[in-house]
Design a protein around this ligand. Sequence first.
Ligand code: COA
Length: 546
Amino acid sequence: MSQTQVTVPDLGGIDEVEVIEISIKVGDTIEAEQEIIVLESDKATMEVPAPMAGKVAEILVSVGDKVSSGTLVVTLESNSEQASESTEESSNEEPEDKVASPETSKVIDAPTAGAKNNEPINVEIKVPDLGGAGDVEVIELSASIGDNIDAEESLLVLESDKATMEVPAPDSGQLVSFAVKVGDKVNEGDVIGVMSIVSAATTSADSASTPTQTAALEGSASEPNVKEPAQAMKASSESVAEVASTGSVHAGPAVRQLAREMGVDLTQVSGTGPRNRIVKEDVQGFVKTKLKQPVNQGAGLLAGVIGSSEDFSRFGPIEHVPLNKIKQVTAKNMVQSWSTIPQVTQFDEADITDLEGYRKGQMAAMLPEGVKVSPLAFVLKACVLALQKFPNFNASLNLDGTQLITKQYYNLGIAVETPDGLLVPVIKGADKKSLIDFAKDSAELAGKARDKKLPMDGMMGGTFTISSLGGIGGTAFTPIVSAPQVAILGVSKAATKPVWDGEAFKPRLMLPISLSYDHRVIDGAEAARFARYICLLLGDTRHMLL
Ligand code: COA
């Protein structure tokens, strides 16, 4: 075991910064590059990562302490091999490579160098020294062309794997153009735009050369009146990750990443960190609050934008009709299922000529008083048999997508149209039900759903869903898989069609079915077989007895 002392890296000319977060505690075993402390100046926030893996032996600073380049912050214990490797690595490095020289962090005050007599001049804004990082992505344009911008106001935000950094205006002026757009990759020295600048400083530049219409804002130690760029809190990209406060959002890369993953717009989040910096807890808290809000407020966050802010009254008379709870919940669930499940629909047709002959003839005569069996009961029976034969359809994907959870119970949801919207009561224990049970249960549950008498648990626990529009019409449709289920069967209206039997066209009653399935779990061939099997069972109901 040996001890390694971690110090504050080069701060690119800034004397003192504040420790605003300590991300580790004594005794923690940490990885190389793991964030250990966060420092902040007026303009930028820096995450200091561990130079190597090890155990935290001592933390020598507290939140609120002021530190400078070289201040000892943490002692790490590591096995001697790791330590010597890391020492060797750092001793082999040229200091110039590891730490940006003060000169490279300077930029010319462009107006000073190029203008006089208060004439506005166009100044090219260039990407400043990135501390060794290259191909950094433009993630935000913080201003619009024509905007009057104050000195130091953010023009755009750059982000690498590890750091986010704003590029501020060098002086007050008007933004003339952007030379980049969001998503572009830039490097130090690339022109990002042009500003028209009139500065008090320009009058002091009488001795400077004749103004040019376009002065470059770039580093050169030989030119006069250099000043620190606002983003000069810079150090080796190997040792420090840099983040920045943009005009609208003040958050580090890890927080921005989390926000992106959770679909959170950071401009909506209030920061509770020092100087209102947004920390991870703020993003998590924001999501929790949204989840607790009534569904119409929470839906936007979870389901993406589901409506329009357009003023349709510009085009004609309109009316605002409030959506009831059922419709709002349905909208949220549909967007979630549609946007999270890669789904495909397989179409097929079952020849139910014989089934319908039986259902309307002998079967009807044998039914108990008051019981009516619609084709839906046969479809439910066929589905449960198909689910038993193809267990992947009676399943859910686990959270990280590494396991399929197959269920040994069969609960069939049936989509029921009600005056308030769509409800999906569940027939539980479907593998133990007869055709008559299915007929009775579906009629009873549909009745309860329409009379608002369905208990909450009557709609829970479904393993597969059937949506029948057969009583209404239509030739096919694409039902949306209801997450976390992996498949749904749509049934359309049976119609008599000419079917070739090898010798002649015969009139046959064909029932269209549409099987939507989660393609992460089910392959197309499997879906085609599942749909075919249902058609086989419905085509000859004797197969249901096997
Ligand atoms: N093809 C031809 N006729 C059909 C049929 C089909 N696929 N399915 C039902 N029918 C017939 C029935 O036999 C019945 O006719 P009949 O009275 O002459 O016997 C008639 O259509 C009406 O049937 P319905 O009352 O709809 O009963 P059902 O058992 O078929 O369906 C529900 C019950 C609850 C599914 C149904 O009432 C319902 O709400 N469907 C809408 C579901 C929905 O909105 N889905 C969309 C989700 S996105």
